[in-house]
Design a binder for this molecule. Structure first.
Ligand SMILES: [Zn+2]
Length: 114
């Protein structure tokens, strides 16, 4: 988890004022309003929160953000198949093997299998 800077009471108040006391969805901002980073901290935002959202919007945004963060992790090879490949933790699918032999004449003789 990344260390987060929080807003001072004054910063929060002036943010609410600049948003006209409303969440972008139009709901009035109450005590449950959450100061959000529009660009998630996990995606490189090291500034202070820049938007006040109502509880529901904050929830919705988090859902969306998590998808973006997981995708960024995969693409950055921090998780997933590409990471396992890079670390040499994968093996090719083994073949069933060649069950027979070639004669000196070049013919293939298949071993009898039950
Ligand atoms: Zn809202």
């Amino acid at each position: 988890m990344t260390k987060r800077a929080s807003l001072t009471r004054r910063e929060r108040a002036s943010m609410a004022l600049s948003q006209d006391g409303k969440c972008p969805c139009g709901a009035r901002l109450g005590r449950d309003a959450i100061a959000e980073h529009w660009l998630p901290v996990a995606l490189g935002n090291d500034a202070k929160p820049d938007t006040l959202l109502c509880g529901q919007c904050a929830k919705d945004k988090t859902r969306t953000d998590i998808k973006a963060i997981r995708k960024a992790d995969r693409q950055g090879q921090r998780t997933g198949q590409q990471k396992r490949r890079r670390e040499g933790k994968t093996r090719p699918i083994p073949s069933a093997g060649f069950r027979g032999w070639r004669t000196m004449g070049g013919d293939i003789v298949w071993r009898n299998e039950r």
